[in-house]
Every structure is written in structure tokens, then in C-alpha cells.
Design a protein around this ligand. Structure first.
Ligand code: NAD
Length: 421
């Protein structure tokens, strides 16, 4: 998945830092503060053994990184993937800081991950890995400190194991230590769909700006998991034709539209979107260049590069994934008048409803799904409008505008707090 310009995760960190430099120029950020924000605040690397089903022990490496906590406790997902490494987690933590600030919720940014291949592990092995990793990072997390959530190849069950392990360590139940939990354990209604719903809400706003009738549009989605799968379903519910979808095994294309519900059942049965009746199999590379109006990359980072950016047909890109577009590709797309809804805005629905979940846990409240969705809509529409206005005012990319908005809020908080001592 990683594009040539960002070979390896150092590429993601370079990208995140370049983006920060661009935003810093727009808001005339002082050099001193820029130096603070370019670095992560706390980094923990852990190496730990996990007992495998055959009785052997295997060593794993995991990370938890807090980029900035000036606006509130750190917040960010945990990823299980073979490519996870320190620089990738650093970049993802930095993006979390800006994301929370763009939607103006009182969190800092963090990220975690374990280098592993969950697809080759049994559920029991993944549970033991999760519990041991939680124990290793337990002194760094907590409802007032740092609150993990699901990310690639982690889900509500993973969060339940983290919550249970952390609660056992404390001696009492601590639901607010993670978000994205199962509903029966204090999870919020609407959280499972929140990131995909956020993508839909920002798409609605982007289409309005461009005067585009969504009922007459075609969309291609890369990734068919929590973000891509939900985005596909919600977009098709409002009349967007989903013509291409992919997962890690490859993609499928049907110019007349795919039946998203049937495709979900097909993926459940076969573990892949490939060979879906009435569609053609394609590669993930071909998928990005398909004829369509909307492209929603919702898998991994670094997939839209300077090589394929000139070939992308979409007029709107909604970044469900974190960091799917390299900085070179951003410039090409901007010159080509493609409306970019950047990751720190487009996929901020997840952290927003995570915040709602945490608020409900801390106050022992239960909000209805309607209430959650209504609050989410207000925040996503307001945030899109603020970013769009700034991009017009400063004549910069939507990404630079989103970053400028977020970085400015973090910088303000840092100035107010001052540098101790
Ligand atoms: P997920 O594990 O639920 O789904 C990931 C999907 O990507 C799967 O369909 C998988 O098959 C596909 N995929 C994996 N490797 C691929 C490849 N090489 N090519 C094409 N597809 C591939 O993960 P998710 O939670 O949907 O996260 C997807 C992206 O969204 C990530 O970048 C994540 O950081 C970002 N994100 C997630 C959330 C959230 O709430 N889950 C919030 C914000 C951002």
C-alpha cells in the first residue's frame, strides 16, 4: 500500500512534518512553538512475550506515543499490523492532535500499535497479545491521561479486553479508559458507524459547495472495514452509486453500481470482496483510477502518490483513512481542482463520538443514537465550514486550512499554559 514517495513509515512522519510546516506558514507560527509541535511528547516502546496456541512463546513489539496533551488527555487508536513501527505511530499521533483540535474537542493526540499479523493469529492469541500489551502500557493510559480506541485490525472486542485488563489492574471497573467498546460495556450508540458517518457528512457539505447532486454521483471506496464499509452503506443509502470497493485482497468494479449489503454478506462468507457476482475483479491500484465523482480511500496511508494523482478521475476525495495522500500528490490534486476533504476533518467523526462515549462514561449518562448523531452532525458541518472558509480566505488547500485551524488551537493552548518552568 505504501506509495513510492513514502517508502516506509519514515515517509509518513516526513509527510506529517511537511504538512505542519505548511500550516505554520499560514498562521505565522513562532519558530519556538513550531519546534515544540514537531516533536512527540512521550514515546513508549515495549517488547513482550505472548504464549501461542502451540505452547511456544513469541516476542512482539508495541508502541504508545503521545504527541501533545496541551488541550486535554491524549486520544488515539491502536493498530495491529505487520508494518507498524515507531515513525508511523509518531505520524499518526501527530495527526490525532490536529484532528481533535479541528473538531474542537478537548483532547490531545496519541496513537499505539503492535507489529503483528492478526490474520495469522487465533482469537485466543490476539486476546493474550492485547492483554499483555495493555499491561505493558498501563501506566501511560487512563481516562484522565490517554484513552485508546480501535484502528486498523482492532475492534470493540479488543477494547473490551483492554478495559478488562486495565480494570483488573486498578481493582475496579474503568469504562472511560477506552472508547469504541461494545455497547454492553459502556460503548456509545452510534460509535461503530461514527467515522463512516463523518465521511458522509463532510461529503454532503463538499457536494453542496460544488453544487453537485449526490443522487447523480458515483463513488469508489478503498477499504471495506469499519470506515470504508460503513461509508459505503451510508452513502448508498442517500443515493450515491458505489461503483468500486476494495479490501486487502483486491477490488471489484461495476459501473452500474454494487449492492453494498449483498457485498458485505459476500465478504462475510468468503473473507474477500473479490468474485462478487455481477462485478469485475480489479487491483487496488486500478481502483483508485476508476471513473467516478467521489473517491474515499479508507484503508492504509500513502496510496495516492505523485504517480497516480494525475490519473485520478474523482472531483471530491474524502479521506476516510489517515494519511492516504502524499504531499506531492496533494499539490497535483489542488492544481487539478479536486476538492480534498482531508483526513483530519473527514474521518474525525470517530474521535468525536469517542469523545461522546467518554463523556457519557465519566458522567454515567446514556445518550440515544439520535442524540449522538445529531451532535455529530453539528460538529462535522461546523468543522467543514470553518475549514472551507479558511481555505478560501487564505487561498490554500483544504488540508493546509484544516491543519492551520488545528495547529492554531494547539498553539493557543500552549501559549496560555506557558512552558514550565
Ligand atoms: P479496519 O481494520 O476495520 O478495515 C481496514 C480495511 O482496509 C479492511 O477492509 C482491509 O481489508 C483493508 N485493507 C487492508 N490492507 C489493505 C490494502 N493493502 N489495500 C486495500 N485495502 C486494504 O480498519 P478501519 O478502522 O476501517 O481503518 C481504516 C483507516 O481509517 C485507517 O487508516 C485508520 O487509521 C482510519 N481511521 C479509522 C477510524 C476508526 O474509527 N476506526 C477513525 C479514523 C481513521
Amino acid at each position: 500500500m505504501t506509495g513510492k514517495e513514502t517508502s516506509g513509515s519514515a515517509g509518513h512522519l516526513d509527510m506529517a512534518r511537511k504538512q505542519l510546516l505548511q500550516a505554520a506558514q499560514v498562521i505565522d507560527l513562532e519558530d519556538d512553538l513550531l519546534r515544540v509541535l514537531l516533536e512527540t511528547k512521550r514515546e513508549l516502546t515495549v517488547h513482550f512475550p505472548v504464549k501461542m496456541d502451540d505452547g511456544s512463546f513469541k516476542m512482539f513489539t508495541g508502541y504508545r506515543i503521545q504527541h501533545n496533551v496541551n488541550r486535554g488527555p491524549a486520544k488515539g487508536g491502536i493498530r495491529y499490523h505487520p508494518d507498524v513501527d515507531l515513525d508511523e505511530v509518531r505520524a499518526l499521533a501527530m495527526w490525532m492532535t490536529w484532528k481533535a483540535a479541528v473538531v474542537n474537542i478537548p483532547y490531545g493526540g496519541a496513537k499505539g500499535g503492535v507489529q503483528c499479523d492478526p490474520k495469522s493469529m487465533s482469537l485466543a492469541e490476539i486476546e493474550r497479545l492485547t492483554r499483555r500489551y495493555t499491561w505493558e502500557i498501563s501506566f501511560m493510559i487512563g481516562p484522565d491521561r490517554d484513552i485508546p480506541a480501535p484502528d486498523v485490525y482492532t475492534n470493540a472486542q479488543t477494547m473490551a479486553w483492554i478495559m478488562d485488563t486495565y480494570s483488573i489492574l486498578k481493582g475496579y471497573s474503568v469504562p472511560g479508559v477506552v472508547t469504541g467498546k461494545p455497547i454492553g460495556l459502556g460503548g456509545s450508540l452510534g460509535r461503530l458507524e461514527a467515522t463512516g458517518r463523518g465521511c458522509l457528512l463532510t461529503l454532503i457539505r463538499a457536494a453542496k459547495v460544488l453544487g453537485m447532486d449526490l443522487n447523480k454521483t458515483k463513488c469508489v471506496i478503498q477499504g471495506f472495514g469499519n470506515v470504508g464499509g460503513v461509508a459505503a452503506r451510508l452513502m448508498s443509502d442517500i443515493g450515491v452509486k458505489i461503483v468500486g470497493v476494495s479490501d486487502s485482497t483486491g477490488g471489484v468494479y461495476s459501473p452500474n453500481g454494487l449492492d453494498v449489503q449483498a457485498l458485505m454478506l459476500h465478504k462475510c462468507d468468503t473473507n474477500s470482496v473479490l468474485d462478487f457476482p455481477g462485478s469485475d475483479n480489479i487491483t487496488n491500484e486500478e481502483l483508485l483510477e476508476l471513473p467516478c465523482d467521489i473517491l474515499c480511500p479508507s484503508a492504509l496511508g500513502g496510496v495516492i502518490t505523485r504517480e497516480n494523482a494525475p490519473l485520478i478521475k474523482a472531483k471530491i476525495i474524502v479521506e476516510g483513512a489517515n494519511g492516504p495522500t502524499t504531499t506531492d500528490a496533494d499539490d497535483i490534486l489542488y492544481d487539478r481542482n479536486v476538492m480534498m476533504v482531508p483526513d483530519i476533518l473527514a474521518n474525525a467523526g470517530g474521535v468525536t463520538v469517542s469523545y461522546f462515549e467518554w463523556v457519557q462514561n465519566l458522567q454515567e449518562l446514556l445518550w440515544s443514537e439520535e442524540e449522538v448523531n445529531h451532535r455529530l452532525e453539528q460538529i462535522m458541518f461546523r468543522s467543514f465550514d470553518e475549514v472551507y472558509r479558511l481555505s478560501q480566505e487564505k487561498k490554500v488547500h483544504m488540508r493546509t486550512a484544516a491543519l492551520a485551524l488545528g495547529v492554531n488551537r494547539v498553539a493557543q493552548a500552549t501559549r496560555l499554559r506557558g512552558i514550565y518552568p
